[in-house]
Design a protein around this ligand. Structure first.
Ligand code: GDD
Ligand code: MG
Length: 365
């Protein structure tokens, strides 16, 4: 094992996960009640990484320090973009040059992906070829939202195109957002300005024959959109279900798979699950039903509610007899009054008070 440092890119703005991303960065979104970043730290530490450098903006740094996810023994440092100039996906690598050093190859990863991959394997693939950069590649159906690679038989990347139109995508092998870079790559990134590694650095390395790919086959998800975030939670819940300690259901019913923090208070005759993930400090009144949903911490749900397929933000208060349909996203601290129905796909702004039924998904946030 030679590579011991990892740089985690986590300074983006996550616009597609609004309103839940208004008050937390994507890397802190909970995956089965554990921030995504904690899953990332755990995997890095298991694979022998000793130090993680968080490349963030000042606000994300604040949220990470405040939430203090478990570090799994990693030493954590921050490298913060200048307030007025987000540095993109390449600039932060150059900015952290001194912290990373020139001794050996290092890992760079996007802080918004859940990937079941071996960093060790990626590093040994990198060390075999003499590449300056080795990109983990995974196969997807629609490559256009990602960086796409044209791979030759000896695993070198002939072309790399970021977010091509469908007619220009050379394959469906995409950049999984995890790389091993050799310190020479610092010479390819101009200092003190925004740089896109995908648009400015990878294409140049490909032209010079110094960009390689390494296919990964395990679970890989970018939690970029609300549906993908819920789906990631469900997949990981399935995978983790046997390891979860469940609250003892007294007068209510738990339908597995389900994840509930120990301190939840659940009223009688309520049915929780399947696929309900309840964070810490949650109260649910009697006769309520919650399934297929992620409920963030400190949420209060009244009696006789029906919540199916929704994301409910931290500290939201849901009154009695409320029906929340699939695809709904309730912002942090929002209040939904008694006896209301929010039909499918409704988004409620953080801290908004909803006093009438919302039967039209548009225009509520
Ligand atoms: N520090 C810092 N500063 N980090 C940033 C900045 C910035 O200005 N902009 C983005 N990031 C971070 C994001 O927080 C994220 O973790 C990572 O860099 C990638 O940025 P995204 O904005 O999420 O990019 P994307 O999802 O559209 O595309 C990227 O990821 C795909 C895989 O999910 C690209 O790397 C694609 O090629 C790749 O396929
Ligand atoms: Mg992303």
């Amino acid at each position: 094992m030679t590579c011991l440092k990892a740089l985690i890119l986590a300074g983006g703005f996550a616009t597609r996960l609004r309103p839940l991303s208004c008050s937390r960065p994507k890397t802190l979104f909970p995956i089965v009640n554990k921030p995504l970043l904690e899953w990332i730290f755990q995997r890095l530490a298991n694979d022998g990484v000793t130090e993680a450098i968080m490349a963030t903006n000042a606000l994300t740094q604040f949220y990470i320090k405040q939430q203090a996810p478990s570090k799994h023994g990693l030493k954590i440092k921050f490298s913060v973009d200048p307030a007025k100039t987000p540095l993109g996906t390449g600039g932060p690598i150059k900015k952290a040059e001194k912290l990373i050093g020139h001794d050996e190859p290092f890992i760079v990863l996007n802080g918004d992906i859940f990937a079941d991959l071996s960093y060790r394997e990626l590093i040994s693939a990198h060390n075999k070829t003499g590449a300056l950069a080795t990109i983990a590649l995974c196969k997807v159906e629609d490559p256009c939202r990602y960086g796409v690679a044209e791979l030759s038989e000896d695993n070198h990347i002939k072309r790399f195109i970021e977010k091509p139109t469908i007619d220009k995508a050379p394959s469906n092998l995409i950049n999984a957002g995890v790389y091993v870079l050799s310190p020479k790559v610092f010479d390819y990134i101009p200092a003190k300005k925004p740089v896109s590694i995908e648009r400015e650095v990878f294409p140049r390395l490909a032209e010079e024959g110094k960009l390689f790919g390494h296919r990964i086959n395990g679970l890989w998800i970018d939690i970029g959109k609300p549906g993908e975030f819920l789906q990631t939670n469900k997949i990981i819940l399935d995978a983790e279900a046997k390891n979860l300690k469940l609250k003892r259901a007294k007068n209510f019913e738990l339908k597995t798979p389900v994840a509930i923090e120990k301190d939840a208070m659940i009223g009688e005759n309520s049915v929780i699950g399947p696929y309900a993930i309840l964070g810490k400090n949650i109260t649910v009144g009697k006769n309520s039903q919650i399934s297929n949903s992620v409920i963030f911490p400190y949420v209060e749900i009244g009696e006789a509610c029906q919540i199916e397929g929704a994301l409910i933000g931290e500290g939201a208060k849901i009154g009695k007899h409320v029906k929340i349909g699939s695809g709904c996203i309730i912002g942090d601290l929002a209040k939904i009054k008694d006896n209301l129905t929010l039909s499918e796909g409704v988004t409620v702004c953080p801290a908004k008070e909803v006093t009438e039924n919302i039967l039209n998904p548009k225009g509520n946030c």
